[in-house]
Design a protein around this ligand. Structure first.
Ligand code: COA
Ligand code: AMP
Length: 630
């Protein structure tokens, strides 16, 4: 069957298509139908089935006689550790952890925050929650205490599972003070913190609230899997929106299982037993879907890699891991390849390793620039596939389904929509645009199984953010076009979200932090092009007239403030002080024009600009930090 056949099969009979895909999942009670559209435009999938995610990701493989197959390979160049966990061992560990959590009162529907570095226990914590039907929310380790506090107050967890520390190259990130600080700041106070003590930096536990990961499992009874409804939330994952308040993306259990399992063969072309590696972090959606759930649901071996593309110890780390663990499909972000390419442009380190096991490379998280793709193709001599998706969808919207058919690669395009997604380009009024014309990218409702049915406790925001602009469609927030051959091109965001090293950040969120500085009267943050990270944030500050402060000092202070409030992951290092911000006559800040000036691109003077002379000030200010040069 070709891609076209499969896509048409879905178009002609979506219900039959997804019911067939659902056959690959072990249900405690089979769903009677796939789509539940009673509350359209809110849709659900497989709602009347009963199922458990952990059973499908772990126990069923043991029951099928594959317990000795490796489930997780832990490879940490930072600590010099390598370890393997079989499916049988994983079952024992997860059942024990779930049993101890249950003994502390954690039940189906309770929220549990997980704040962990890249160690196998992070996956075990996710699976233990799934085993009980508890709803986890993993928070990325690079966020500051304040971001953690916001997520605690929104999801109101009964427990938090954390490690004592994370490890960045040359730096121990003490999680415990961040955790304690977050709980102190938050209004909601979780009653239990389970702490994995890492020998690199054990933490002081607080009596009555904190328990040791291993100690609290002593003498408890391992837990069995608790079947949940198909529409029960598997997890909440917070992602950046237009404002500083993150959106709690909900992932429904049944659709998540069905869709992820489908992708492993059809998109990533791996069979059970193959080694699949996504070099991301469990804190991001890629980590949820392709480090933890999909490979395990499908019976693959997944790799938990605690390291960086470069510097741990060198730019050959990726190739070492691929060859040593016989990785068949490798998934990373373009920024990681740009980092490797910068250190080893000629691919000298590639030659040190036997990479004959590697069949395909997948890139996502940001636009894959043609230079990076060509470099990777030249070095690795395998197809390099760009695919486009979002936290909201949890799996590929458009890509190249390697297990079905290898579509000829067009550089700059993540190829074609996957079954389940009717992708259209719309103008501002919601009218379809012609091939080659740039517009908003929208997906006709319903979205397929596994995608977000709603936001956690924020239905009005869900409708406003995604459903309101184009009735009958999901608004992706990306802009782009579809060419004559049906290939999609993702060009830009239509909102204030920027993409820094494959991480999604809200410029509005950073502006909120800058505006809180006592000497800042007004500010704007834009994302400008960066050779390594794709984009980086730059702040423009207008100071209070009476402030009488040294500009450089204020810049240093706001940089520190963003690191403290949002975290190092914001990569906010550049800000400039200017007298006024360029605005339209109605007061709207001209961020788009500022970006073009910074990137040295041509731009049309906005007809509604209040005072064009301010753009020269913007240009001069950017020159002081090395931008707007051409
Ligand atoms: N815990 C604590 N701090 C973290 C962290 C974590 N889990 N992850 C990153 N940070 C810190 C970094 O140490 C860095 O701190 P610094 O300002 O003190 O140097 C800061 O956050 C910015 O990190 P990052 O943007 O990742 O930059 P980097 O210079 O450390 O590394 C790359 C650059 C390109 C190597 C790196 O960004 C990378 O590997 N990116 C891959 C992205 C990816 O996998 N994205 C997932 C989507 S698919
Ligand atoms: P996140 O939710 O963090 O995965 O970020 C999703 C956003 O990242 C998308 O809406 C896009 O803006 C961008 N993105 C992800 N993958 C790609 C890709 N392959 N090409 C272009 N942009 C991408």
């Amino acid at each position: 069957m070709t891609y076209q056949d499969v896509y048409e099969n879905w178009q002609q009979d979506p219900e039959g298509f997804w019911m067939q895909a659902a056959e690959a999942i072990d249900w405690d009670l089979k769903p009677t139908k796939a789509l539940f559209d009673e509350n359209a435009p809110l849709y659900e999938w497989f709602s009347d089935g009963m199922v458990n995610t952990c059973w499908n990701a772990v126990d069923r493989h043991v029951q099928a006689g594959n317990g000795d197959r490796t489930a997780i390979i832990y490879d940490s160049p930072i600590t010099g550790t390598k370890d393997k966990v079989s499916y049988e061992e994983l079952q024992t560990r997860v059942a024990s952890l779930a049993g101890a959590l249950r003994a502390k009162g954690i039940e189906k529907g309770d929220r549990v925050i997980i704040y962990m570095p890249m160690v196998p226990q992070a996956l075990e914590a996710m699976l233990a929650c799934a085993r009980l039907g508890a709803i986890h929310s993993v928070v990325f380790g690079g966020f500051a205490a304040n971001e953690l506090a916001v997520r605690i107050d929104d999801s109101k967890p009964k427990a938090i599972i954390a490690a004592s520390c994370g490890l960045e190259p040359g730096r121990v990130v003490e999680y415990k003070p961040l955790l304690d600080g977050a709980i102190e700041t938050a209004t909601h106070k979780p009653g239990l913190c389970v702490i994995l003590q890492r020998k690199e930096h054990p933490a002081q536990l607080i009596d009555g609230r904190d328990v040791d990961w291993y100690g609290f499992q002593d003498g408890t009874t391992p837990a069995d899997c608790v079947p949940v409804e198909g529409n029960h939330p598997a997890y909440i994952l917070y992602t950046s929106g237009t404002t500083g308040a993150p959106k709690g993306v909900l992932r429904p259990t049944g659709g998540h299982l069905v869709a992820l399992n489908w992708t492993m063969k059809n998109i990533y072309n791996v069979d059970p037993g193959d080694v699949f590696w996504a070099a991301s972090d469990v804190g991001w959606v890629v980590g949820h879907s392709y480090i933890c759930y999909a490979p395990l649901i499908h019976g693959n071996t997944t790799i938990v890699f605690e390291g960086k593309p470069v510097g741990t110890p060198d730019a050959g780390t990726f190739w070492r891991v691929i060859s040593e663990h016989k990785v068949k499909s490798f998934f990373t972000a373009p920024t990681a390849f740009r980092a490797v390419k910068r250190e080893d442009p000629k691919g000298e380190l590639v030659k040190n390793y036997d990479l004959s096991c590697l069949e395909t490379i997948f890139l996502a998280g940001e636009r894959a620039d043609p230079d990076t793709i060509i470099w990777a193709q030249d070095q690795l001599k395998v197809p390099v596939i760009d695919h486009w998706w979002q936290t909201e969808t949890g799996w590929t919207i458009a890509g190249n389904p390697m297990g079905i058919e290898y579509l000829p690669v067009k550089l700059g395009s993540p190829a074609k929509p996957m079954p389940g997604y009717d992708v259209q380009i719309l103008d501002e009024g919601g009218h379809p645009m012609k091939p080659g014309e740039l517009g908003a990218i929208a997906v006709k409702l319903p979205l397929p199984p596994g995608t977000l049915p709603n936001l956690w406790n924020a239905e009005a925001r869900f409708r406003k953010s995604y459903l309101q602009q184009f009735p009958g469609f999901y608004e992706t927030g990306d802009a782009g076009m579809i060419d004559e051959d049906g290939y999609l091109y993702i060009m830009a965001r239509t909102d204030d979200v920027i993409n820094v090293a494959g991480h999604r950040l809200s410029t509005g969120g950073i502006e909120e932090v800058l505006a809180a500085h006592p000497d800042v009267a007004e500010c704007a943050v834009i994302g400008i092009t960066d050779q390594l990270k794709g984009q980086i944030p730059v702040g423009f500050l207008c100071l209070n007239s009476g402030a009488n402060r040294d500009s450089a000092e204020v810049v240093t202070e706001v940089v520190k403030l963003v690191r403290e409030k949002i975290g190092p992951v914001a990569a906010f290092k550049l800000a400039v002080v200017i007298d006024r911000l360029p605005k339209t006559r109605s007061g709207k800040i001209l961020r788009g024009t500022m970006v073009k000036i910074a990137d040295g691109e041509d731009f049309k003077m906005p007809a509604t600009i209040d005072d064009p002379a301010i753009l020269d000030e913007v240009r001069e200010a950017l020159k002081t930090i090395g931008y707007a040069q051409s």
